[in-house]
Design a protein around this ligand. Structure first.
Ligand SMILES: Cc1cc2nc3c(=O)[nH]c(=O)nc-3n(C[C@H](O)[C@H](O)[C@H](O)COP(=O)(O)O)c2cc1C
Length: 156
């Protein structure tokens, strides 16, 4: 074991990674998607997930305005969508339209449920905490969806 630069240590533990998409509602109407690696389950009962969102992301503005999100666990077919949603901003484009995302309306505020996903958790934000240049939004799961036929995406 040798002491090293932060980026070198990060590089060793970065992959493989699980990624998710978070669906949010835009302040002016419509929906946005963001690719996320920094998420986790935080409670069994009630069921909860936390997501860490950068302050310069449009999704951050969306979550400040509308206090819910859908956490989407993508299938392998959704890799191009994850790449697009992680490299462009909802300020500039409609990611649902650009990605040709087929969806059904969810039960919580009708936020979209992408049809190709492995699982989707509809969450209501119950608390948030600032973490440096990100904010951690903790959401309580209100509804859950699953697609047994789909293979989960892992970034390698
Ligand atoms: C694999 C991957 C993982 C990412 N994880 C996060 C994350 O956990 N939190 C975050 O704020 N941004 C993350 N990003 C960056 C955002 O997805 C990216 O900045 C996106 O363009 C923001 O979109 P928005 O402006 O529409 O919110 C990730 C990007 C990629 C490609």
């Amino acid at each position: 074991m040798t002491q090293t630069e932060l980026t070198k240590a990060y590089g060793l533990v970065h992959l493989p990674a699980k990624v998710v998409l978070a669906v949010t509602e835009k302040p002016g109407g419509g929906y946005n998607l963001i690719t996320m690696e920094w998420f986790m389950r935080t409670s069994i009962q009630p069921p909860m997930f936390a997501i860490s969102v950068g302050h310069n992301r449009y999704s951050y503005e969306c979550l400040q305005e509308h206090r819910f999100f859908n956490l989407v666990f993508p299938s392998v077919e959704m890799k191009p969508l994850c790449a697009m949603a992680g490299s462009s901003s909802g300020r500039d484009i409609d990611k649902f339209e650009k990605g040709g995302v087929e969806f059904i309306p969810g039960k919580l505020h009708k936020l979209p449920i992408p049809k190709e996903a492995v699982a989707v958790f509809e969450c209501e934000v119950v608390t948030q905490v600032r973490s440096g240049d990100h904010t951690i939004f903790v959401g309580e799961v209100r509804h859950s969806w699953a697609n047994k036929e789909k293979e989960p995406l892992v970034y390698t």
